[in-house]
Ligand binder design. Sequence first.
Ligand code: CP
Length: 321
Amino acid sequence: MRNLLGTAHLSKADALLILDTAEDMAATQQREVKKLPTLRGKTVVNLFFEDSTRTRISFEAAAKRLSADVINFAAKGSSVSKGESLQDTAQTLQAMGADAVVIRHPASGAPHTLATSGWISAGVINAGDGTHEHPTQALLDAFTIRKRAYGVDSRGRDLAGLRVAIVGDILHSRVARSNLWLLSTLGADVTLVAPPTLVPQDVSRWPARVVYDLDDAIAQGPDVLMMLRIQLERMNAAYFPSEREYARRWGLDAQRLAALGADSIVMHPGPMNRGLEISAAAADSAQATVLEQVSNGVSVRMAALYLLLAGHTDTTKEEQR
Ligand code: CP
């Protein structure tokens, strides 16, 4: 695997390879000595132009558990504030010996540009770009769903027959897009649930049905209810319902949680707006997998770094299409 830029063009075989490799990594994390020597001598650069808690720290933990050296770069406090370009920033880090660059950027397409421009020779992993893709979030979500559905027998299995409802700010969500593509590739049945103003215009071309009423979606008995963060920082007040209205109509409260099947799981990529898209009762319930997702994220990112820096699969052509 040369780069991991998105899930839209990730084949089913490569998605399953990453998930199964993550199973191997998760098994090593149960041992007393968690650290593996696999990436000794390699350098991973975390290049973050947007804030992050989970993604940045779990990539750092993943790289360190594979014995790689890690350089953390945050745009805030760097020479980006003096006008330095993405090209010059990336080439500066490459000159310090980067073998892989994990990039989060507010501009959709920035990781693709970095991977295909010829500016650097390091492999590139997209850690979230604009409203476009967040592939490792989708992979850790799929890993979590598969683990909950099939337990120790999950290796090699896809998600055929599972029903997933993705709820909330679809319009601005790279998590929703990466999940939609990956879940569809893995055979899951996906429903999008949102106010009409938070559904993208091109949604009719997406492999999902759209419903506008959360109670109707819950009545269909989904196996997974994936709540999305309302991205207030990207919201235009002209088309967002009031927060009170949103919480009342599209928030997962205790009553809606009770209406979900007891075997259904509640997911959220974090960070959560408690009391807006999800109540504390739902976020802290036994059905919630929020912290499980975070733990699984380390194993999935270990798998991605391993396949990028030590594996032999080549998905570059598919990713660059
Ligand atoms: N889920 C997610 O991407 O969280 P962070 O923004 O904290 O990385």
